[in-house]
Design a protein around this ligand. Structure first.
Ligand code: GLN
Length: 199
């Protein structure tokens, strides 16, 4: 039987349409069939079998997720262990269970045991591209960083999938995948394919 996926993209702010586009491209280029739901209502969280939290501004995304009770609904699915989630950049921050500088403006989802530092690359390097290696990928990957966080520390079952200059930039723990860069801003579908394979 062919399984049809239903993947939600949090549609509050940031690189939403870019994720939608590359997700469609991933469906088209593989034999994975599915639809895309732009999530701006809590009921939608019940209907999806995978979720992407895009890059943007973690404080803004977090505040609105809480206000619309979407945060609450995602927490329920995390508790049930029933929702794979990929978080990119701001989304990576939200998946963490600890921040270097805690702010009450960001309510974490506590999905991955990692401590994240926001805006961790110096001023002149706020945005840059770099060729990185990712665990399990046969060829290097061109990663786009925009005011990116780094993952300072990981614990428990959290696996490190990539580093740049010895700084952790991509992790996975069970159903949760986090990266400090923006896979939706490239034409390379490998990370989205990797996530769909987790769903
Ligand atoms: N610096 C942003 C934050 O702290 C993340 C940047 C991004 O998602 N491109 O939320």
């Amino acid at each position: 039987m062919v399984r049809k996926l239903s993947i939600g993209v949090i549609g509050i702010q940031g690189a939403v349409s870019e994720h939608e586009k590359i997700l469609q491209k991933t469906y088209d280029a593989t034999n994975i069939s599915g639809n895309i739901i732009i999530v701006n209502h809590k009921e939608q969280i019940k209907k999806i079998n995978g979720l992407i939290i895009p890059g943007g501004e973690s404080t803004t995304i977090s505040k609105i997720l809480v206000k619309l009770n979407i945060y609450e609904e995602i927490l329920k699915r995390i508790k049930d262990n029933s929702l794979p989630i990929m978080g990119t950049c701001a989304g990576c921050i939200l998946l963490a269970n600890n921040l270097v500088e805690n702010t009450k403006d960001v309510k974490l989802l506590n999905a991955i045991e990692m401590k994240v530092k926001r805006n961790a690359f110096g001023r002149q390097k706020e945005s840059f591209e770099s060729i990185i290696n990712i665990e399990g990928f046969h060829n290097p990957y061109n990663a786009v960083f925009i005011r990116a966080p780094i993952i300072e520390k990981v614990g428990g079952k959290c696996k490190i999938l990539s580093k740049i200059n010895n700084k952790i930039i991509m992790t996975r723990q069970d159903k949760y995948l986090a990266m400090s860069f923006h896979p939706e801003l490239t034409d390379d579908i490998r990370i989205h394919k990797y996530f769909l394979d987790m769903v």
